[in-house]
Design a protein around this ligand. Structure first.
Ligand code: G4F
Length: 327
C-alpha cells in the first residue's frame, strides 16, 4: 500500500487530494498545525480515512518526526499562507511559512532519506501568482516570473528551491504551477467563494449588497477537484519536472459576478454591488491565463469543469447550504 504525507491538509486541495489518494488505495497522513486546531474536525468528517499528525512547516524537527511516523512514498506540500491580500499585512510570516517552509520540508526529506534522496517523491504547490506582471500571454513553464505580492515572492522562492533540490541532490521533486482553482470547499476570503456565498444570501433575501474590490482583474479559474489529479499524476512520472495546470480560459471578476447572479436568476446584479478601496491590493495581477499543453501531453491531464460549470456548482452548493441552514 503506497503512503502519502500531505501538508495543508485542511484546505480544499488537501481534502480533494486525500479523497483521490484514498480511492487509489494509499495510506494518507495529514500534517496539522497548532494545538486544538479547529479544522481537525473538518478533516475527520470529510476524509475519515486520513491520519493526522501534528507539525508545522516552520519547525524542521516536527517535519522529521512526521516523516518518521508516516514513512511516506510521496509528500505533497500544499501548506502555505495562501491568501494573497493578507500577505502584505504579514509579509514576514508569509515568507517564513510559504517560502522557508518549502526549504524545511525539502531538507527534512533529504535528511530522512539517507543515501537515496529520490526515494520519496515530492510535490510543491507553486502558483500562477508567481507570473504577476505577466511577461507572456498565455503563461507557460518557461515564462519569466515577476511576482507582485509578498505571497508571490515567497512562492517563487519555494519553486526555485524545489528545482534546486532536484538538480543538487537528484530528488524526485516536481512543481505544479497551478492557476486559480476553486470549489464549494474554498475559503470565504477568496473571490469566487465570497461571490457564491454572497449571491446565495442575496437570492434568499438574507442580504442586499456585496462589497467588492477590483472588478477588472482577470483569472484562469478551474475546479480544484481536477487540479489535484494533475498533482498526483506528476508524482507518477518516471522523472520529476514542472507543469502549468490551467484551463486556458480567462474571465474578469465582473464576468464572475454576472455569471453567479445569472445562475441564481438575478438580472439587475449591478444594483447589488458596492466597491470598497480596502479590497483593492497595493499591486494587482491584472491578467492570468495559462497554457497547460505540457500537462496535457505528458500527464494526459485536462480539466473536466469549465468556468460556467464551476460557478454553477459553487452557487448551487451555497444556495443548498443556506437553504438547509434555514430549515
Ligand atoms: O480569489 P483571490 O483572492 O485569489 P488570488 O489573489 O488570485 O490568489 C489565489 O490564486 C493563486 C493562484 O494564482 C493562489 F496561489 C493563491 O493562493 C490564491 O488561491 O482574488 C482573485 C482576484 C484578485 O485580482 C482580486 O484583486 O479577485 C480580485 N478581487 C476583487 N474583489 C477580490 C475581491 N478578491 C477577494 N479575495 N475579495 C474581493 O472582494
Amino acid at each position: 500500500m503506497p503512503r502519502a504525507l500531505i501538508t495543508g491538509i485542511t484546505g480544499q486541495d488537501g481534502l480533494y487530494l486525500s479523497e483521490l489518494l484514498l480511492r487509489e488505495g494509499y495510506e494518507v497522513y495529514g500534517l496539522i498545525r497548532g494545538q486544538n486546531n479547529p479544522k481537525a474536525d473538518l478533516v475527520a468528517r470529510e476524509v475519515p480515512g486520513v491520519q493526522l499528525l501534528t507539525g508545522d512547516l516552520t519547525d524542521l524537527s516536527s517535519l522529521l518526526r512526521a516523516l518518521r511516523v508516516a514513512q511516506p512514498d510521496e509528500v505533497y506540500n500544499l501548506g502555505a499562507v495562501s491568501f494573497v491580500a493578507y500577505s502584505w499585512e504579514q509579509a514576514a510570516l508569509t515568507t517564513e511559512v510559504t517560502a522557508t517552509g518549502v526549504l524545511n520540508i525539502l531538507e527534512a526529506i533529504r535528511l530522512h532519506s539517507g543515501d537515496d534522496p529520490s526515494r520519496i517523491r515530492f510535490y510543491q504547490a507553486s502558483s500562477s501568482e508567481m507570473f504577476g506582471k505577466v511577461q507572456d500571454v498565455p503563461q507557460r513553464e518557461s515564462t519569466l516570473l515577476w511576482p507582485r505580492s509578498p505571497y508571490g515572492v515567497a512562492k517563487v522562492y519555494g519553486h526555485y528551491m524545489t528545482i534546486n533540490y532536484r538538480e543538487s541532490y537528484g530528488m524526485h521533486a516536481s512543481s505544479g504551477i497551478l492557476f486559480n482553482h476553486e470549489s464549494p470547499r474554498r475559503g470565504p476570503e477568496f473571490v469566487t467563494r465570497k461571490v457564491s456565498m454572497g449571491v446565495a444570501a442575496i437570492k434568499l433575501g438574507l442580504r442586499d449588497k456585496l462589497t467588492m474590490g477590483n472588478l477588472d482583474a482577470r483569472r484562469d479559474w478551474g475546479f480544484a477537484g481536477d487540479y489535484v489529479e494533475a498533482m498526483w499524476r506528476m508524482l507518477q512520472q518516471p522523472t520529476a519536472s514542472d507543469f502549468v495546470v490551467a484551463t486556458g480560459e480567462t474571465h474578469s471578476v465582473r464576468e464572475l459576478l454576472e455569471c453567479a447572479f445569472r445562475v441564481a436568476g438575478i438580472d439587475d446584479w449591478e444594483q447589488h454591488i458596492d466597491q470598497d478601496k480596502s479590497f483593492f491590493r497595493p499591486a494587482e495581477v491584472d491578467l492570468l491565463i495559462g497554457d497547460a499543453s505540457r500537462a496535457r501531453t505528458v500527464l494526459g491531464w485536462k480539466p473536466s469543469v469549465d468556468f460556467e460549470g464551476l460557478v454553477t456548482m459553487m452557487v448551487e452548493a451555497d444556495l443548498r447550504r443556506l437553504h438547509d441552514a434555514q430549515r
